[in-house]
Design a protein around this ligand. Structure first.
Ligand code: GDP
Length: 440
């Protein structure tokens, strides 16, 4: 997915490398791809429409930052808009008298019981005294499952097959007070369908114990249907949050955008596996990257920008403009590149021709080369770094010995340095406008 969206955007943009601003036609072409990607990720079409309109408004006429190519610029805007659509992370409402009740609702098979145990484990690790209530008396297997999971996470489970769900939660609540528990997690009954009996039961529970949180557990794999489910539960009880489960599966969680955007209910947790520790506190940035199927791309885009904006770069630029680019600057540049992360990832990120050229070099070789260059430069005296012209044959031999390499390696580094220096001169002449050519 990442490859296809990024590649598709890159293709769209090959014709328009760095014209300075994104035109309407450019943006529309890019948004066609974004729209397809979102529909593909199961986002409801009405949400896609609203979303792309928002992106369009921001993107048309936007300056393309020097650190990014146009495709990356669009991805960045899409990602930011997605984060704002997904909403700020919200925590549990853990206030009020103890035990605070967290009620989990959802359809059968959504991962509700698993989520109850995961949540119990998480809260327990945060120092809470947690009691679980198995309020699903119609399915003995579900009760047994919670008892087993409770045992795994070291949390007591309240059960009583003679009671109906509202009575059971009430009793568990009383037990919670007596036992000095700070949190009661109620795993309510799940049916395969939303029906009146289920909804009445849920309402009855909320009347008895006044939950601090009512979390809807939704299977992210159900796609569009999730929106319908969320609306159904929201109309019955006051949902305070969502737990999206099975985010480790194929579904990229496009349903999350739809639910959040249409119902306004905040996402609080993601279930990311069957294991009892596979619960993530919701983070909109991560989820947005995931929905776009772009993994770490966003992180790298940000790193590229940050590296580009570094104060050091500005100082270097100032020196470059004054016609000086020393080996010290060269070494600082190397360091910046390394700061951006593993070189193989950076290669993938490089725009245009530079990316293609870079891909012909193996990451291991490049990494080795960077290290070698650093070692060689650090074996030089301060004077040599500032005035590379004084590096005659005997000095080069000394440096080679000092850094444990051959003289040829020193010569190669010097050649690379001279090329970088030439490049800087070009930039100096064009006032930075030479950059598009290098990246184009
Ligand atoms: P309930 O009927 O809503 O209580 O659902 P369960 O908690 O019994 O979960 C149904 C199935 O989904 C079980 O096989 C769980 O192991 C599985 N499951 C629950 N959450 C996740 C998750 O986040 N990822 C994956 N891969 N499986 C999950």
């Amino acid at each position: 997915m990442f490859e296809s969206l990024t590649d598709r955007l890159n293709q769209v943009f090959t014709q328009l490398r760095r014209r300075g601003k994104l035109s309407e036609a450019d943006v529309d072409a890019a948004l066609r791809e974004v729209r397809l990607a979102l529909l593909d990720a199961d986002v409801h079409y009405s949400v896609v429409k609203k979303f792309t309109a928002g992106v369009r408004e921001r993107a048309v006429g936007a300056e393309v930052s020097r650190a990014l190519n146009p495709a990356q610029q669009v991805i960045k805007i899409v990602h930011e808009e997605l984060i704002s659509t997904l909403g700020e992370p919200e925590r549990l409402n853990l206030t009020g008298e103890k035990p605070r009740v967290i009620m989990l609702v959802g359809l059968q098979g959504s991962g509700k019981t698993t989520a109850a145990a995961k949540l119990a484990r998480l809260l327990r690790s945060q120092g809470e005294r947690v009691l679980l209530a198995a309020a699903d008396p119609y399915r003995p297997a579900a009760v047994q499952q919670l008892v087993t999971l409770g045992g795994t996470v070291g949390v007591e489970v309240f059960t009583d097959s003679r009671l109906n769900p509202p009575e059971l939660v009430q009793k568990a609540y009383e037990q919670g007070i007596k036992g000095g528990y700070s949190i009661l997690i109620a795993d309510t009954a799940g049916r395969s369908q939303m029906d009146d009996t289920l909804m009445d039961e849920l309402k009855a529970i909320t009347r008895k114990v006044k939950p601090a949180d009512i979390l809807l557990v939704v299977d992210s794999m159900v796609g569009q249907e999730a929106l319908h489910i969320a609306e159904g539960f929201r109309d019955t009880v006051t949902l305070t949050g969502l737990i999206l489960t099975k985010m480790d599966g194929d579904a990229r969680g496009g349903a999350a955008i739809s639910i959040r955007s249409v119902t306004g209910v905040p996402i609080k947790f993601l279930g990311v596996g069957e294991g009892i520790d596979a619960l993530e506190v919701y983070d909109p940035r991560r989820l947005a990257s995931r929905i776009l199927g772009m993994g770490d791309v966003i992180g790298l885009i940000e790193k590229a920008e940050a590296a580009f904006d570094l104060e050091g770069t500005q100082n270097q630029a100032a020196r470059m403009m004054s016609g000086k680019f020393s080996l010290e600057d060269f070494a600082a540049q190397m360091k910046q590149i390394r700061k951006m992360g593993p070189i193989s990832q950076i290669f993938d990120m490089l725009p245009g021709n530079l990316g293609k050229v870079a891909q012909q070099v193996s990451p291991q070789d490049a990494e080795k080369q960077l290290k070698l260059t650093e070692a060689i430069i650090s074996s030089m005296t301060r004077e040599e770094r500032r005035e590379p012209d004084i590096l005659n044959a005997s000095r080069r031999r000394r440096i080679a010995r000092g850094s444990g390499v051959d003289v040829q390696d020193v010569n190669r580094v010097m050649k690379n340095f001279r090329e970088a220096q030439k490049l800087m001169k070009t930039l100096q002449k064009t006032g930075g406008r030479g950059l598009p050519k290098i990246f184009g």
